[in-house]
Ligand binder design. Structure first.
Ligand SMILES: Nc1ncnc2c1ncn2[C@@H]1O[C@H](COP(=O)(O)OP(=O)(O)O)[C@@H](O)[C@H]1O
Ligand SMILES: [Mg+2]
Length: 266
């Protein structure tokens, strides 16, 4: 029943699993309760009418935890960039629309609170001095809380595309302020390293175009939401610092630290 691998991410590999379904099979280092949380979160989001694949079942396959989801028969937005780069600008605009639409929902009651989570991550972040963390935490404390549905990892490898866009991968979902969720996407679009498996072409093209693609996304998001850069920008510092706890490539962490120090001086 379980077929070929059709996708890879940091927490899981994704396999064909019968007609119109896929199996997301988690890597050994992912705690079971995170998988349970992703299952409950995805179900809740699906029930709210967000364009996300239907979660069917929580399973254990060969001793590994997994979730069976509806299969979306289309590439990720990242793959699409490779195949049809001229569509990128419209893809990034559409992505802003999808992000804005999920931010209209109240967050799931059980979901973690974004500011609390950011606070814990900043405290645990490597590569920063204690005084720097203290400054970042005090700036975070001044920022407005929120109660909206936030994805927590909204980037082109978590978006699938057929005749519309679909968002996947809800393990990082939280309840919080959409402006912080947008700031995280901005950081990932502008300085996120591309997956190893991205082609040389994608890497080259994105190196050149990412600034403009990010601007396209931001412009559209601001237009839809009525927010301004003054709402988004103050989140860049705490969100960038919190991202240091993730298993990122060292050069990406160094870029983040440079960006963080630039914001601290400003
Ligand atoms: N429902 C789905 N339909 C088709 N492909 C999928 C689906 N879910 C995931 N994929 C593919 O698998 C990859 C990894 O899935 P994802 O849920 O993002 O895992 P991770 O948490 O490891 O990042 C995606 O980038 C995509 O290529
Ligand atoms: Mg993913």
């Amino acid at each position: 029943m379980q077929g070929k691998v059709i996708g890879q991410g940091r927490t899981a590999e994704v396999l064909e699993y019968g007609e119109g379904k896929i199996l997301k099979l988690y890597r050994d280092d992912v705690p079971e309760e995170y998988v349970d949380l992703e299952f409950r979160f995805s179900k809740w989001v699906y029930e709210q009418g967000v364009a996300t694949p239907q979660p069917h079942e929580r399973v254990v396959v060969e001793g590994r935890p997994g979730i069976v989801y509806q299969q979306i028969a289309g590439p990720t937005l990242l793959q699409q960039m490779n195949r049809k780069p001229w569509l990128n600008f419209s893809g990034f605009k559409q992505m802003a629309g999808l992000h804005y639409s999920l931010h209209q929902l109240e967050g799931m009651g059980e979901a973690g609170a974004q500011k609390k989570q950011l606070e814990h991550q900043i405290i645990a972040a490597p590569m920063l001095a204690t005084e720097e963390k203290t400054q970042i935490l005090s700036r975070l404390a001044e920022l407005p809380d929120g109660e909206k549905l936030c994805h927590g990892d909204f980037h082109p490898d978590n978006i699938l595309m057929d005749d519309k866009l679909w968002v996947i991968d809800w393990m990082t979902g939280v309840r919080g302020n959409p402006a912080a969720d947008v700031a995280r996407s901005v950081i990932m679009f502008s300085i996120g390293a591309l997956p190893e498996r991205a082609s040389m072409f994608t890497k080259g093209f994105l190196g050149f175009a990412r600034k403009r693609l990010t601007a396209q996304y931001v412009r559209r998001y601001l237009k839809l939401s009525g927010m301004t850069l003054a709402d988004i920008n103050p989140w860049i510092l705490p969100v960038a610092a919190a991202r240091l706890v993730e298993g990122l490539p060292v050069p990406e962490k160094e870029l983040l630290v440079r960006e963080i120090r630039r914001h601290l001086r400003a």
